[in-house]
Design a protein around this ligand. Structure first.
Ligand code: SF4
Length: 406
């Protein structure tokens, strides 16, 4: 089975007020050190994976540069990371190779570099096509500059494009949201992601909302009910336009679903490099023989940039965990339920060789009774309301409550 490769690039030109990712503005020197370290980690990946008890795989069919804003790097730095990846992994000819891009950061030189590296998919962090809304959260692009970037990419031969939108930005109204959706549909991009603004302590805007303040335009953020309504409107408009929902936050024309992200939800192997990068690989022969209970290995890197690039840092790995078969079954449930096709309980039981626990079966029955899940034969899927309350749904029948929020 081919692996998916993720590279985290945690650099941005400025920090958006809503952003809770591990990303920020750093010096050119730190960016250079970072790229060197990522390239070294890629070259050492087999040894590292095997030392953690995982089975490293050379064949890859997806590469994803995310962040952060990968296009803030110099073109030659992007090329340097791709060179390392191609020296260690066998990238299939039909691989999906995605780069996340903030509109307005795509120079001609960068576009040429992406093409030379084999990039065939670009994901744009648009968030809103209404300039007042995107500017209120610190974005510098305009509707016109996004449309110009999309046209340039298509002219260059990259038509597999995705747009991110956020429901719940300051100043957003039903009307302005309809405008953003209509514009996203009019661009005819084959993939759209729609997220609801996260209100938590991990972003400046989130903290301000929690504190009830007015900085960062917090007092112009739509309330929770309106955010839920905007999300439902997005589901309707995009589905009607043939950009069908296939995951809680993701919509695509048929055949244009993100191959890379599907690996996360279907528990296919992936390996991550750089800051706060996560990996899941099958357990290696030793782990598998030791105990039939070990199904896979998960490991992740530190989210501290200084620690990551420190000279002579012992290892980039921050945490590693043996996934037991019982945990694999849980993961199949709560990750698979994110998908509109849901999960087939009988298939999961056959695959893991385990039965659902009494608590899990009971939890599912309760959720069915409350209308948060629907059932068809042995397949269960989130209902429309269940999608809005997904984290609550997952936590009801999963032992590790933190894992449900992945
Ligand atoms: S560009 Fe993306 S990663 Fe960077 S601060 Fe904005 S939302 Fe966060």
């Amino acid at each position: 089975m081919s692996v998916g490769i993720y590279i985290s690039v945690p650099f941005c030109k400025q920090k958006c007020s809503f952003c809770n990712f591990v990303s920020g503005v750093f010096s050119r020197q730190k960016m250079r050190n970072y790229v060197e370290k990522v390239a070294d980690d890629v070259r050492d990946s087999r040894q590292l994976a095997e030392s953690l008890g995982a089975r490293w795989q050379r064949d890859a069919d997806s590469v994803y540069l995310g962040g952060g804003t990968p296009t803030t790097l110099a073109p030659e730095q992007i090329a340097q990371m791709f060179a390392a990846v191609r020296s260690e992994f066998q990238i299939s000819d039909d691989a999906e190779i995605t780069v996340e891009c903030a509109p307005g950061t795509l120079s001609d030189e960068m576009l040429e570099a992406l093409l030379r590296c084999g990039v065939n998919r670009v994901s744009f962090g648009v968030q809103s096509f209404v300039d007042q809304e995107s500017h209120a959260v610190g974005r510098t692009h305009t509707r016109e500059s996004v449309l110009a970037d999309i046209a340039r990419l298509r002219d260059a031969g990259i038509s597999n494009l995705s747009i991110d939108l956020i429901a719940g930005l300051p100043h957003q109204t039903r009307e302005s949201w309809e405008e953003s959706l209509a514009q996203a549909i009019a661009t005819a991009v084959p993939h759209v992601s729609v997220y609801i603004l996260e209100v938590d302590e991990d972003s400046r805007l989130g903290r301000e909302l929690v504190a009830g303040g007015a900085r960062y335009h917090a007092h112009h953020v739509p309330d929770e009910d309106l955010c839920a309504e905007l999300y439902s409107t997005a589901c309707e408009r995009l589905n009607v336009a043939g950009i069908r929902q296939y995951e809680i936050s993701n919509f695509a024309q048929s055949g244009c679903e993100s191959r890379h992200n599907l690996k996360y939800w279907t528990r296919r192997p992936y390996i991550g490099f750089g800051l706060d990068a996560h990996s899941m690989l099958p357990a290696g022969p030793q782990e598998s023989n030791n105990t039939a209970a070990v199904a896979a290995m998960r490991f992740s890197t530190t989210d501290d940039l200084e620690a990551y690039i420190a000279p002579n840092a012992a290892s980039a790995i921050h945490e590693s965990h043996c996934v037991s078969r019982a945990e694999a079954l849980e993961e199949e449930l709560f990750l698979g339920l994110r998908l509109n096709r849901g999960v087939d309980v009988s298939e999961i039981e056959a695959q893991t060789g385990l039965q659902l626990t009494a608590e899990q079966s009971h939890g599912i029955e309760e959720l069915l009774a409350e209308g948060l899940l629907n059932r068809c034969g042995s397949r269960i899927v989130l209902s429309e309301r269940g999608r809005l309350l997904s984290n609550e749904v997952f936590s009801r029948f999963i032992a590790d409550k933190d894992a449900a929020a992945v």
